[in-house]
Design a protein around this ligand. Structure first.
Ligand SMILES: *Cc1c(COP(=O)(O)O)cnc(C)c1O
Length: 516
């Protein structure tokens, strides 16, 4: 029997330890602690700050969608680090002056650039609580670790992955892609990449469509596969990977002595929102013995809507799936997730053996399957709390309803563009993304890129709306990604009307500049 029987939970706490060590309640600020002398003042400021951010989120529709930082403020962001204390009140005043008026704008109902999340009032509360608890989440025997694993299990089920799959919350889709592809490399390289590295291996090959997100290419670089190891397969007119070209590329690589190991499918590609034929990709990966990873950074969330779910058929067959919670579900930045079907493969790639991390039978270190063995981070913040609370607050189906609303709006915007003689839809809009441009019949193709680039900058500078851009077949396109739970139908009307108004203005400026 152990000479140290475990304490019963009813054992009284040591009264000496329950008091402040110095016996002073509140204490006096000293040079050797970061705690304040006056806790009351901090509480007051915290309440004001909370009101401030709630005012912002509640009133954001009245704000411009974006506002530039004035030139005369620039120097204020380049002052030397204060050597002595300036105090929390002064730091807060600087925040009010230098940060609060110039947000990215993604909370705004007409922010559709890149793939935005707006955040939620509930999310503010969860972030505050997570900050207050300041947990190192996932590693130890505590409530936060249980919350993390429960969130993973909820998401696993929502994405149709079988029980026994594992997963981890990450900073976002980029790291989720990196983790999924790392496990795939180690599972399917055909040699023990974890032990020996890639030094004497044949060239590894990963296949993705030419619409693949840059983070997948970056993952390949970091994993020793290199950019040249990412074989970009052309797409058809729906921006879906051509499966005949995929099969051919795999065969040619094998013949050349290269080592194919993974197929990466898009569930919602970043340019147009296209989803590859994931059933077909799953079949090909299975036939070829390749890892099947799906990048569903924003698109996977469509699985929460019965109306949209058929778009993603085959996604549940992935060996690993990466997706974000900070995009279409608007959980505050940053948080993404990767799910891995084969728990052993996941552990094989990330497990660590470190003497100072040994699990004990009881106490703080009594945690089976800590997150350090599932991803890149050891210390990590309590990202799981905002996801957990958000799912409890809204329920899974509310996220599905928001996604369905967004897709309806994007498609209806695409129809509006098609029906407008001065606007052109530049790609099919199968999900929440519409790519378009101002292209009246009297303008020559050669000026359209410049004119549309200028329209985009004016839309943003004038605070009207924030679409972003992309290139489709080399042509500049305005790109609207509607993962915005705040957008209303009238917001798209404003975008269409203002694009045409600015288009006329810009092309007039353009032709008068031409003549001068
Ligand atoms: C946003 C995005 C990523 C990267 O995710 P982050 O959360 O920004 O790291 C990867 N793939 C696609 C398709 C995306 O839209």
């Amino acid at each position: 029997m152990s000479p140290f029987p475990s304490l019963s939970l009813t054992d009284p706490p040591n009264p000496k330890l329950a008091q402040g060590a110095d016996g002073v309640d509140g204490g006096v600020a000293s040079c050797s602690t970061l705690d304040p002398a006056d806790w009351r003042a901090y509480r007051d400021l915290a309440h004001r700050a909370l009101d401030r951010v709630f005012d912002y989120q509640q009133g954001v529709r009245q704000e411009p969608a974006w506002r530039p930082v004035p030139d005369d403020l620039e120097s204020e962001y380049r002052t030397p680090a204060p050597a002595g204390p300036q105090g929390i009140e002064s730091a807060y005043r600087d925040f009010e002056r230098l940060v609060m008026p110039y947000p990215t704008g993604n909370a705004h109902p007409r922010f559709w650039g890149w793939v935005p999340g707006q955040g939620t009032p509930g999310g503010i509360i969860a972030e505050l609580l997570a900050g207050g608890l300041n947990a190192v989440s996932g590693q130890f025997n505590d409530g936060p670790a249980r919350v993390h694993d429960q969130v993973i299990d909820w998401l696993r089920e929502a994405m149709g992955f079988p029980a026994g799959s594992t997963g981890i919350l990450t900073s976002g889709g980029s790291v989720a892609n990196l983790v999924g592809i790392a496990v795939g490399r180690d599972a399917r390289a055909g040699f023990d990449a974890v032990s020996t590295g890639l030094a004497s291996s044949p060239a590894l090959r990963l296949y993705a469509s030419d619409q693949v997100h840059s983070s997948v290419v970056k993952a390949a670089q970091l994993l020793g596969i290199g950019r040249s190891g990412v074989v970009m397969i052309p797409v058809d007119d729906q921006y879906q990977m051509r499966t005949d070209a995929l099969v051919r590329a795999i065969r040619e690589d094998r013949e050349a002595g290269n080592q194919p190991f993974a197929v990466v499918g898009n569930a919602g590609s970043v340019n147009t929102g296209a989803t590859d034929d994931l059933e077909a990709l799953a079949d090909i990966a299975a036939d070829e013995g390749l890892w099947f990873h799906v990048d569903g950074a924003f698109g996977a969330i469509a699985a929460l809507s019965p109306e949209l779910e058929p778009l993603l058929r085959g996604m549940e067959r992935a060996d690993s799936l990466a997706f974000d919670l900070h995009k279409w579900t608007s959980v505050p930045y940053d948080v993404g997730c990767v799910l891995v079907r084969d728990a052993d493969a996941h552990r094989h790639s990330f497990a660590v053996a470190a003497t100072y991390l040994e699990a004990l039978d009881r106490g703080t270190a009594a945690r089976t399957d800590p997150t350090v063995g599932r991803g890149l981070q050891l210390s990590r913040g309590f990202r799981a709390l905002k996801v957990w609370m958000s799912i409890k607050e809204h329920g899974m189906s509310r996220f599905g309803d928001v996604a369905a609303k967004c897709v309806r709006q994007a498609k209806s915007f695409a129809r509006r563009v098609e029906n407008h003689e001065d606007l052109e839809l530049m790609a099919p809009a199968p999900m929440c993304i519409a790519c378009f441009r101002y292209a009246p019949a009297d303008l020559d193709e050669s000026v359209l890129d410049d004119i549309n680039r200028e329209i985009l900058m004016r839309l943003q500078e004038q605070g009207i709306a924030v679409p972003s851009s992309t290139r489709l077949d080399g042509r500049f396109a305005l790109r609207v990604a509607n993962t915005n739970h705040r957008s209303r139908d009238e917001d798209f009307e404003i975008l269409a009307t203002e694009t045409v108004r600015l288009g006329r203005q810009v092309s007039a400026d353009y032709s008068s500049a031409d003549c001068s």
